[in-house]
Design a protein around this ligand. Structure first.
Ligand code: GCU
Length: 676
């Protein structure tokens, strides 16, 4: 009989996040049978054994005690394998027994965590057979972690949660405790449904390039720590690796020697990590090397790596974030929003079957509000993944509460061809959902304790892109805060919903208005600077003058970006009369007196939302303070401290934005409030 794999120990002081020991009480106090063999079954066994030790239950493996009775059966069986797939499971409760059946080991693991989520409810009454299967096969986190501290970006690019979980000062973290924490991280992620991780930044600098070859052993150690929780490891690689690491004169994707080099190196990667997931590539983007250097297309570039990975069943994730970042602001003919579509849509059908094109959810860059990228509706013959950003680069950097579930859900439920057509969630079935990770070595994993909700939601929405994000939030609240164990469960639940539910819209209200984006401080992207990016080479302009604001992306008079959408969206976005208010300035340049669909003028909307946004933060801070008796003190104090900063920053945003537009437009606030 195989031994259970013990539940990893959290370093002291690290928050268990959504897997507190108490969440295992209902399961741990009962009798469980585990049937099946394999390393992940041993992990499941370890989880139940750990819970049973703590809560007085009992766990047996198949055949240990014939004829005994159980409250819970977790079994591997191949009868329903077509229906269940490798990751699905069936749940049924009859005659006092809760039964989880999976055909694959990952499915059993997910079934276990589902029982944990259900808590006592998993053991009550009868339950007709339910089938649970992930809609997306790939549910991934990309870590933008650097091995060596980058002089500008630090250890983690756009990281707001301390250092990297994997790397420190040029080396892999390799102590027992550090690898144990990586395993805990894998456990947390598996409990939300994540099954893949890329362990280094898409911007591959000098030291990081070597992970592919002479430093692959360091990646293998991370992969070993994540494997027991069903998480496959991926690596970001440099397209120039054959030159930089292999000493070849070229990285041309059509060069034989280059192809051989990739094939050989990839073979060695798989010797070190037999279940390696594949490569992530940022090419010809923001200074990274790529196929354009050799006059080759991005399909040719991606297919080079796909060919090297194919014999090992690996996948290349090729990012569509390709645009001109050396633009002249005087040049009105270039539109960054158009770039991904212009580059990639003509290549539909040209990518290898194991190449996934990874597309940011919006056409620009993870702004607070963007339309869905038109690329997603335009490449039916390409495997697509949609990329979202859990790390809050443009949404408050984990100093502001900004629950992103509703934003991601809107993107995943968007239907590029209108109501009759498939949703984004449907269109990315072949490639999956990828989120830039927000986790680091911070004791709360995500810096702001309430930002954990976003990380949790990535996995849950990847499992079911059409799910109501509120359900994911409810789960996270129940698991993390255990309201039933507090003096006032109802007040705790409603307080948490009050501070989280509308927080994205609150953030939107006090920052850049009506979808215009990029009014942030250049470089680090925190705090307001209305013209910070206005005369820069990055292609991020709002064109505000004394008369109006916004970017004309119509087909009739603008950059033509609106025409990259299919109907009905091309028509909806084309006219200010039909464009949704929240995207108006993304698509149109309008006078300040333009009347929105809401009936308000643009300028008055700007004033109102900025005053309201700050008032909403004041209210959230008050509600949070009122939960002090129901939340663990350290967690409460950490968030309370961050609310002070959020409020300071929100006021700063309000005053910068309102003052800027008051001075530009000369239009006074209809309600006579103080604008400086
Ligand atoms: C943003 C971000 C960069 C990142 C880039 C990317 O521009 O600011 O730090 O490298 O996205 O997605 O590649």
């Amino acid at each position: 009989m195989t031994a259970p794999i013990p539940v990893p120990a959290l370093p002291s002081g690290v928050d268990p996040a959504w897997l507190p020991p108490a969440a295992f009480r209902p399961l741990g106090s009962r009798r469980t049978l585990i049937s099946g063999t394999g390393p992940l079954v041993d992990t499941v066994h370890g989880e139940v054994a750990g819970a049973s030790d703590r809560f007085g239950g009992q766990v047996l493996r198949d055949g240990q005690e014939p004829g005994a009775s159980y409250d819970l059966v977790l079994e591997l069986g191949d009868d329903d394998s077509d229906e269940l797939g490798d990751e699905g499971f069936a749940l049924v409760r009859a005659d006092g027994v809760t039964r989880v059946t999976a055909a694959g080991q990952r499915g059993l693991l997910y079934g276990l965590f589902h029982v944990v989520r259900l808590g006592e409810a998993a053991f009550q009454g009868e339950r007709a057979r339910e089938l649970h299967r992930p809609a997306l096969a790939l549910r991934m986190l990309d870590h933008w972690d650097n091995v060596a501290v980058h002089p500008v970006m630090g250890q983690v690019e756009r990281g707001y949660s301390g250092g990297s979980l994997f790397w420190q000062d040029g080396r892999a973290r390799g102590s027992r405790e550090e690898l144990e924490r990586v395993r805990c991280y894998g456990r947390l992620l598996a409990a939300s449904g994540i099954n893949a991780i890329a362990v280094n930044n898409v911007n591959v600098h000098g030291a990081e390039a070597h992970l592919l070859t002479d430093r692959i052993g360091e990646v293998a150690a991370i992969a070993d720590a994540l494997r027991p929780y069903g998480i496959r490891t991926h690596l970001s690689v440099s397209f120039a690796a054959p030159v930089v690491l292999g000493g070849l004169p070229t990285a041309d994707p059509l060069d034989e020697a280059v192809r051989d080099w990739w094939a050989e190196v990839t073979g060695r990667v798989y010797e070190a990590i037999p279940d390696f997931g594949g490569y992530v590539v940022k090419a010809d983007s923001e200074g990274q090397p790529g196929p354009f250097t050799y006059g080759r297309s991005h399909a040719e570039g991606a297919n080079l790596l796909a060919a090297a990975l194919a014999p090992h069943s690996g996948t290349v994730h090729w990012r569509a974030f390709v645009y001109n970042h050396r633009q002249d602001w005087r040049d009105r003919s270039t539109d960054r929003a158009r770039a991904a579509y212009d580059h990639f849509a003509p290549l539909d059908g040209a990518f290898a079957p194991n190449a996934v094109l990874q597309v940011k959810h919006g056409p620009m860059d993870f702004q607070t509000r963007e339309p869905v990228s038109p690329v997603i509706g335009a490449m039916p013959d390409t495997r697509l993944a949609v990329e979202i950003q859990a790390t809050q680069e443009y949404t408050g950097q984990q100093r502001h509460v900004c629950w992103l579930g509703p934003m991601w859900s809107e993107a995943l439920r968007f239907r590029p061809e209108g109501q009759e057509g498939p949703s984004v969630g449907d269109l990315v079935r072949g490639g999956g959902l990828v989120a830039v990770s927000s986790a680091g070595d911070d004791p709360y994993w995500t810096g702001h304790p309430l930002a954990q909700a976003n990380l949790y939601a990535v996995g849950r929405l990847a499992w079911r892109p059409d799910a109501d994000p509120r359900a994911a939030l409810d789960e996270w609240i129940e698991l993390t805060f255990a309201p039933e164990e507090t003096a006032d469960p109802a007040r705790l639940r409603s307080g948490l919903h009050a501070v989280l539910d509308g927080s994205w819209r609150t953030y939107e209200k006090y920052t850049a208005p009506l979808g215009v984006g990029f009014m942030v401080q250049p470089g680090h992207h925190y705090g307001p600077s209305v013209d910070g990016y206005e005369y820069s080479p990055w292609g991020t302009y709002h064109f505000a003058d004394r008369d109006g604001i916004g970017v004309d992306r119509s087909q009739a008079t603008g950059t033509g970006f609106a025409g990259q959408y299919a109907k009905p969206w091309a028509e909806v976005y084309e006219s200010p009369a039909t464009c949704p208010d929240e995207l108006l300035l993304f698509f149109h340049h309008v006078p300040y007196g333009h009347v929105l669909r809401s009936g308000e003028t643009v300028i008055q909307h700007i004033y109102d939302t900025h005053f309201d946004g700050v008032a909403e933060v004041e209210e959230a801070r008050r509600v949070w303070a009122g939960l002090a008796d129901l939340v663990e003190p350290a967690r409460h104090a950490r968030a309370a401290e961050r609310y002070e900063e959020q409020l300071r920053s929100a006021r700063e945003w309000r005053d910068h934005i309102n003052t800027y537009f008051f001075r530009k437009s000369g239009v006074p606030d209809a309600r006579g409030r103080l604008i400086h």
